[in-house]
Design a protein. Structure first.
Length: 722
């Protein structure tokens, strides 16, 4: 069967049979004409053939459409090249010349110097590099190179220190005044050959691409037409046209994504068959009496937004997005009790057994002496346990079920499910989010995360959700004192930890690995346990917790720590969410550069749960300055949203919410960090369009519908829209 696939990040839909596309009505030996169509296999393109087609396949290029939307990863700008004779002191410049001399020497203070002299039209400039002897292997006399840097006159000769260098084969010298694309490459295909293939493909086929954006809309948004954009993205005439071409494709990619999210949002809001669960004064008072503390202003505001959603026939689809320790669990419990007050059942799904059991303990504590029954459903339970529990749930003797992914794969039948709460949303896929809805019920949905989400990530990964934000930690929390440690301060830190343990407090020690890998500089939990038990913390009771342990073992370890039987818990990042041990106020994080800033912030949130101040010290396993700078920003800020933005800037969105985690295909050309304003524009435009035509069946945007279904239909369950 033919496979419908999306090409070019939301720009065109192409079909192909298995690896290549053949017209079944033609003889296999018949070669398609040059203007066949956008599904023509790359094998038949000028300069390709069967062998190069195999190589292009490694780059994901199978059809003409693939090649047209194979975007350059970078550009080399030769439009600003200057002659060596025209260089100016301290004015950045790019020059091309042939290497005519190489030399290296050592200065009196031991510094090694390498120099390459290049010449063009009888004029020369020397590039010099200090303590970079490996450069000697990259140069050879007779090579053509480009040096980019700020020249200085030294003893009557131009010189550039540590210039950026580009090497050229003799037959691949660039044309002065051009901007050359640089494509992702694979072994066996040179940049020049890839560039030639793309150039010829664009010349022959770009006019066949269908324009999907209406002319009046493009003019209003000042966007290039699709044919000009394709030509300029591959062979820009100047920097202005390059930026305009890129803007066209970035905007379209983000617009298609936001249309998909808006369509899903409209689809969910059109389903007016959720239970109406209004909050009246009596129910409100009964719920609040269950908590042994007062809800903060932020919690009350979020609970109010959730209650207004749950009072409607439209299914709630809301994200509760909160700072570490801001009280998301209490707000979620408020929502579940509202459902129970109307005779409905509620489900709370957590990503790990450990977190699920933590939620059960909290709920049972808050609901003791009441009639609401809470049950745990996990993969580790026996068949007999599950059978008995399933009967209680089906008969409504259990009102709140807390569980893991097992609820999706082997979950029970509910008597009357009114609310689904998903904790740590980014650890569940988009399809998993709605699996229980597909079971025949249409409950309200509340998803939550303790990871502060950068604004642009929230608009992409969670753009179909309404958002409630808990920004401020509750007043019950104590401050956390955070330090950046080093080898010189390590012993004094362990002395401080011992002091706190003797005062009756407890401590976490966190490592990125369970066991040591080939990188011996990175700490592992098992190695730390052995070291601390026979060294700095040998007088104290220590235990180990990590994700590879069986559920029963993890429960026993955690219970011992919560009851104070264990004074020190050595663990991996399994403790980053949901662990509530108020007496644990000290945390040591080893090989801290292996964690993201948001993850470090989550870990830090484990030691400000009670009445005592918390203390965290992060120790890097490297002397590299870059991770030290990143860790210093963690030390200096306790604002999770600020750290999330910094993490996003340093690590990119994939490390925060991987595409496999939230179920969305990766972006092809848009950059959420760089293109935030275009994303906001695309979102506003998409919602306006979908408000007028929720299924995109009317002109002028109907051509986008199939594109959206092909790209996002599976991930966002849009195949049946309209």
């Amino acid at each position: 069967a033919s496979l419908e696939r999306f090409c070019g990040g939301g720009f065109i839909v192409a079909c192909r049979e298995t690896r290549y596309f053949y017209r079944m009505s033609d003889s296999p030996k018949k070669r398609p004409t040059a203007n066949e169509d956008l599904y023509t296999p790359v094998q038949f393109l000028k300069g390709v053939g069967p062998h190069r087609a195999e190589l292009l396949g490694k780059l994901g290029l199978f059809t003409v459409a693939d090649v047209l939307f194979f975007f350059p990863r970078d550009y080399q700008d030769y439009s600003q090249l200057v002659e060596i004779a025209d260089l100016q002191e301290e004015v950045a410049a790019s020059v091309i010349g042939k290497v005519i001399d190489l030399e290296s020497w050592r200065t009196r203070n031991g510094t090694t110097v390498f120099a390459a002299l290049i010449e063009n039209d009888g004029k020369s400039v020397r590039g010099t590099w200090f303590n970079q002897q490996y450069m000697n292997k990259k140069f050879a006399e007779g090579q053509w190179v480009m040096l980019q840097g700020s020249p200085k006159l030294k003893q009557g000769r131009w010189e550039m220190t540590h210039p950026q260098t580009t090497w050229f084969p003799d037959d691949e010298l660039p044309d002065r005044g051009t901007i050359e694309p640089i494509y992702p490459a694979t072994s066996g295909l040179s940049q020049k050959k890839i560039g030639d293939i793309v150039k010829h493909t664009v010349e022959q086929f770009s006019e066949l691409v269908v324009e999907v954006l209406p002319q009046t809309f493009r003019e209003h948004k000042q966007l290039l037409d699709i044919h000009t954009a394709i030509q300029q993205i591959h062979r820009p005439s100047d920097q202005t046209m390059l930026q305009r071409a890129r803007t066209r494709f970035v905007y379209q990619e983000l617009f298609v994504l936001q249309l998909a999210l808006a369509m899903r949002r409209a689809k969910l809001r059109a389903e007016e068959n959720a239970p109406e669960l209004p909050l009246d004064a009596k129910i409100h008072a009964r719920i609040l009496r269950r908590f042994p503390f007062e809800l903060s202003e932020s919690q009350r505001s979020a609970a109010g937004e959730i209650a207004r959603d749950m009072a409607q026939k439209i299914p709630m689809n809301r994200l509760l997005h909160g700072e570490v320790g801001s009280g998301k669990t209490a707000v979620a419990s408020f929502a579940m009790l509202l459902a129970v007050a109307h005779g409905k059942q509620a489900v709370l799904m957590a990503p790990t057994d450990l977190l699920a059991r933590q939620h059960v303990r909290s709920l049972e504590e808050w609901l003791k002496n009441g009639r609401v029954k809470v049950a745990l459903w996990t993969g580790g339970q026996s068949s007999a346990e599950r059978a008995a529990l399933a009967d209680d749930i089906k008969s409504a003797r259990v009102q709140i079920v807390v569980g893991t992914h097992a609820l999706l794969s082997s979950g029970p039948a509910f008597a009357d499910l009114g609310l689904v709460v998903i904790d740590e949303q980014h650890k569940f896929g988009v399809r998993q989010r709605s699996a229980l809805r597909a079971s025949g019920n249409n409950p309200h949905y509340l998803v939550m995360t303790a990871t502060p989400i950068p604004r642009t990530v929230a608009m992409t990964a969670f753009g179909d959700l309404d958002v409630s934000t808990l920004e401020k930690p509750t007043a019950r929390q104590q401050p956390v004192n955070t330090y950046l440690g080093n080898e010189e301060s390590r012993e004094s830190w362990w002395e401080f930890v011992r002091k706190k343990l003797r005062e009756g407090r407890q401590a976490f020690v966190v490592a990125p690995l369970v066991q040591s890998d080939d990188d011996s500089t990175v700490s592992s939990a098992e190695a730390l346990l052995e070291h601390l038990s026979n060294g700095p913390l040998e007088e104290f009771r220590i235990d180990l917790l990590h994700g590879r342990q069986k559920s029963a073992e993890k429960d026993a370890v955690m219970l011992g720590f919560q009851r104070g039987l264990t004074q020190v818990l050595v663990a991996t990042s399994v403790i980053e969410v949901g662990i509530n041990v108020p007496n644990a106020t000290v945390m040591t994080i080893e090989s801290a550069e292996r964690f993201g800033l948001s993850q470090l912030h989550q870990l830090r949130g484990r030691v400000n749960r009670g009445e005592h101040a918390g203390y965290v010290c992060v120790f890097p396993s490297t002397e590299n300055e870059v991770p030290h700078e990143r860790l210093q920003s963690f030390v200096e800020s306790e604002n999770g949203f600020e750290l999330a933005e910094k993490d996003f800037e340093l690590r990119g969105p994939g490390n925060l919410f991987g595409t496999q985690q939230h179920g969305m295909p990766p972006l092809r050309i848009a950059d959420l960090l760089r293109d935030g304003q275009l994303l906001q524009d695309a979102r506003n435009d998409a919602r306006m369009v979908i408000d007028g035509d929720p299924a995109l069946r009317e002109d002028p945007f109907s051509k986008l519908r199939q594109m959206i279904i092909s790209r996002y239909g599976s991930a966002l369950e849009l195949s049946d829209v309209g």
